[in-house]
Design a protein around this ligand. Structure first.
Ligand SMILES: NC(=O)C1=CN([C@@H]2O[C@H](COP(=O)(O)OP(=O)(O)OC[C@H]3O[C@@H](n4cnc5c(N)ncnc54)[C@H](OP(=O)(O)O)[C@@H]3O)[C@@H](O)[C@H]2O)C=CC1
Ligand SMILES: CC(=O)N[C@@H](CCC(=O)OP(=O)(O)O)C(=O)O
Length: 319
C-alpha cells in the first residue's frame, strides 16, 4: 500500500512519517525538502498513493485537495480546513460506533484538533447520556505545549534563546483572547451543544502534552448527579476503547492533592479522562499528547480503521 505525506517536513508530517517508516505494510512515497512545494511532483505522488496525509496549513490543504483526481486515493487531513464540512468524516472513532463505521468506509477523513479532541472526549458522553443539558453555558481551559503552534512557533521558543523580543515565552501565556479559537466550531458540533463553549487556551514552555479541563456545577446538570455518577457514565461510555482511559476515582487521589501533569501521555496515542472536584463542583479533565492523540497518533489510528487493521497497529501501546 502506497502512502504519501504532503507536508512531511512539518511538525505533524514528520511525526506521521516517522511512525509509518517503521511499518512494513506501507510503501512511503518520498519527496525531497527542496521539492516539497513543487505542484507537479506532488500531483504525481498524491495520485499514485492509496492514502494521502495532508499535513499543511489550512489554505494549502484546501488547494492540495483539488490536485487529487484519482478516485481511489483516500485522504486524511490534519488541518482545520474540513473538520465541520459535511462531505468529510470527523476522525474521532470514540464519538460512537456509528462514527467508527463511517471512518472505516470514508474517502476523506479530517483529523480533529488537539484541544477539540480532549474537549469532545470529556463532554460528548455527558450530553449523549442526558447529564449535561445541551444549553449549558460550558467553559473550558487548555494547558498546552508549544509544538501545537507548528514549525515557526516552535522556532520562537527554541532558537534565539529567549531574546528580549520573546522573553515572555518563558512563562505560561493565555492566547486566543478574542475567545474565537479555530477549534470552537468542531467543539460545538461534535458534542451536540447548543452554544460554543467559552474556551481559553494557555501555551507553556514545554514541547508537547496537553490537559483540557471543563468545570461543571452539578446542581445545574440534569437530575443533579454526584461526582461518582458522572465518573460512572464516562467509564461506561468508553468501555472497550483502546485509547481512552477513564481513570478510576481511587487513582485520582494523589492528583487531587497535588497537580495534573500535562505531559504524562506523551509519546503515546492514549487520552486519559479524570473526574475531579466534589459533589457540588466537578472538574472533567482530559490529558493527551497534542502530537499523539491530538494529531499524528489520531491520524494513524484513522488510517488503521480505514484499512481494517487493529487501531493500535504501529502505535506505542503501554499497560
Ligand atoms: N502541531 C500540532 O500539534 C498540530 C497541527 N495540526 C495541523 O496540522 C497542519 C500542519 O501543522 P504543523 O505540522 O504543525 O505545521 P508546520 O508549520 O510545522 O508544517 C507545515 C509544513 O507544510 C509545508 N507547506 C506549507 N505550505 C505548503 C504547500 N503549499 N505545499 C507543500 N508543503 C507546504 C511547510 O513548509 P514551510 O515551513 O517551508 O512553509 C511545512 O513543512 C496544520 O493545519 C495544523 O493546524 C493539527 C493538530 C496538531
Ligand atoms: C500552541 C498552539 O498554538 N496550539 C494550536 C493547536 C493546533 C492544533 O491542534 O490544531 P489545528 O489542527 O487546528 O491547527 C492552537 O491552539 O491553535
Amino acid at each position: 500500500m502506497k502512502v504519501f505525506v504532503d507536508g512531511q517536513y512539518g511538525t505533524t508530517g514528520l511525526n506521521i512519517h516517522e511512525r509509518l517508516n517503521q511499518r512494513n505494510d506501507v510503501e512511503l512515497l518520498w519527496i525531497s525538502e527542496e521539492q516539497k512545494k513543487d505542484p507537479e511532483i506532488r500531483i504525481k505522488l498524491m495520485n499514485e498513493a492509496d492514502i494521502v496525509f495532508l499535513c499543511l496549513p489550512d489554505q494549502a490543504a484546501r488547494e492540495a485537495i483539488k490536485l487529487i483526481i484519482n478516485p481511489n486515493t483516500r485522504v486524511i487531513d490534519s488541518s482545520t480546513a474540513f473538520r465541520t464540512n459535511e462531505a468529510w468524516t470527523y476522525g474521532l472513532p470514540e464519538l460512537s460506533a456509528l462514527q467508527r463505521g463511517k471512518i472505516a468506509n470514508a474517502a476523506r477523513v479530517s483529523v480533529p484538533g488537539c484541544h477539540a479532541t480532549a474537549f469532545v472526549l470529556a463532554i460528548n458522553p455527558l450530553v449523549q447520556r442526558g447529564i449535561l443539558p445541551r444549553d449549558y453555558p460550558v467553559s473550558c481551559h487548555s494547558l498546552t505545549g508549544y509544538s501545537g503552534g507548528g514549525k515557526a512557533f516552535i522556532e520562537q521558543y527554541e532558537t534565539g534563546g529567549f531574546s528580549d523580543v520573546n522573553d515572555s515565552l518563558r512563562y505560561p501565556q493565555h492566547y486566543s483572547l478574542k475567545l474565537d479559537h479555530k477549534h470552537l466550531p468542531e467543539m460545538k458540533k461534535f458534542t451536540d451543544l447548543e452554544f460554543q463553549p467559552v474556551f481559553l487556551p494557555t501555551v507553556c514552555n514545554f514541547y508537547n502534552g496537553m490537559v483540557v479541563t471543563v468545570p461543571l456545577v452539578t446542581r445545574l446538570l440534569i437530575n443533579q448527579p454526584s461526582l461518582q455518577e458522572i465518573h460512572a457514565a464516562l467509564t461506561d461510555y468508553y468501555q472497550g476503547e483502546t485509547f481512552v482511559r477513564v481513570i478510576p476515582l481511587d487513582d485520582t487521589k494523589g492528583i487531587s492533592q497535588y497537580a495534573l501533569d500535562p505531559t504524562l501521555c506523551n509519546g503515546t496515542n492514549y487520552s486519559e479522562i479524570f473526574v475531579l472536584g466534589n459533589d457540588d463542583q466537578v472538574l472533567v479533565a482530559c490529558r493527551l499528547d497534542n502530537l499523539g492523540k491530538g494529531s499524528s497518533g489520531a491520524a494513524i489510528q484513522c488510517m488503521n480503521i480505514m484499512l481494517g487493521l487493529d487501531e493500535g497497529f504501529g502505535q506505542t501501546l503501554e499497560e
